[in-house]
Design a protein around this ligand. Structure first.
Ligand code: NAD
Length: 252
């Protein structure tokens, strides 16, 4: 039996990278997937692939920073069983290189965006007897990656947000966890390399891969498998925690 049959899942940032892999796997496991993304072209492509392979998906064009739009989307969807807060952006720079605008931009998407979807979705889950929530954190919050001041700060907030929601809705059958990937090969990483190391893309790709203890970046599909486990009933006793998926980055 499919692990998410009969479930309705909302995946923010499902138009690319990790969110794309999660959307495809959740749909393959029987969920009706609602992709919320700014990147309508990417989201449409993901949804078309899902539908072409027999799954169900719908795209909602929205910015997660827009609470009104997110609440409206949740209202349109109705019953929601699974929420994946995946949309996120990064900024390269230490504290001194992080202007107030950069800080606001990153915190607005990564933290306020997650708050907005939780605000819109959790009351529906509560009213409908429960649900599973997964927030995308990062090893940046565990180790404070160099030159990622705003990003690491935002992902640290995800830890506390996860705990707070898990605790407040323990008796509502709502589980809330986060995962912390190390580097995953997605457009997020390719864009970072192209912007910061023009002309040296393949050299930097190799360097970044080798900087992972396991010697390579993760594939988005590997992250999606952990997401599926945590959002399925197989993880019924798991809430309020963060799960690194890091090729040994934190401890080795
Ligand atoms: P990505 O850039 O490939 O995809 C992110 C998606 O989110 C895009 O489709 C983008 O349009 C969407 N998005 C961004 N801002 C949005 C907004 N304001 N409203 C709606 N949609 C928005 O990124 P990815 O690498 O797949 O990363 C996904 C998540 O995983 C992020 O939260 C990121 O911080 C986290 N993460 C990524 C890595 C990595 O190495 N790729 C590592 C750890 C954590």
């Amino acid at each position: 039996m499919s692990k998410l049959s009969g479930k309705v899942a909302v995946v923010t940032g499902g138009g690319s990278g990790i969110g794309e892999a999660i959307s495809k796997l959740f749909a393959a496991e029987g969920a009706v997937v609602h992709i919320v993304d700014l990147n309508v072209e990417g989201a449409n492509q993901v949804a078309e692939t899902i539908v072409a392979t027999g799954g169900q998906a719908k795209v909602h064009a929205a910015n997660v920073t827009d609470q009104q739009a997110i609440v409206q989307i949740a209202n349109e969807i109705g019953k929601i069983d699974v929420l994946v807060n995946n949309a996120g952006i990064a900024h390269v720079g230490n504290l001194e290189n992080c202007a107030a605008d950069d800080f606001d931009r990153v915190l607005n998407v990564n933290v306020k965006g997650a708050y907005n979807t939780l605000f819109a979705v959790v009351p529906r889950m509560k009213a409908n007897g429960g649900g599973a929530i997964l927030n995308l954190a990062s090893i940046a919050a565990w180790v404070g990656i160099a030159d990622r001041f705003a990003y690491s700060t935002s992902k640290g907030a995800i830890f506390a947000m996860t705990l707070s929601v898990a605790r407040d809705y323990l008796n509502d059958n709502i589980r809330c966890n986060s995962i912390s990937p190390a580097r995953v090969h997605t457009p997020f990483v390719d864009g970072f390399i192209a912007k910061n190391y023009p002309g040296k893309e393949s050299e930097m790709f190799k360097k970044l891969s080798q900087s992972q203890p396991i010697g390579r970046m993760a594939k988005p599909e590997e992250i999606a498998k952990l997401a599926l486990f945590l959002c399925s009933d197989d993880a019924g006793f798991i809430t309020g925690n963060d799960y690194p998926i890091d090729g040994g980055f934190i401890k080795l």
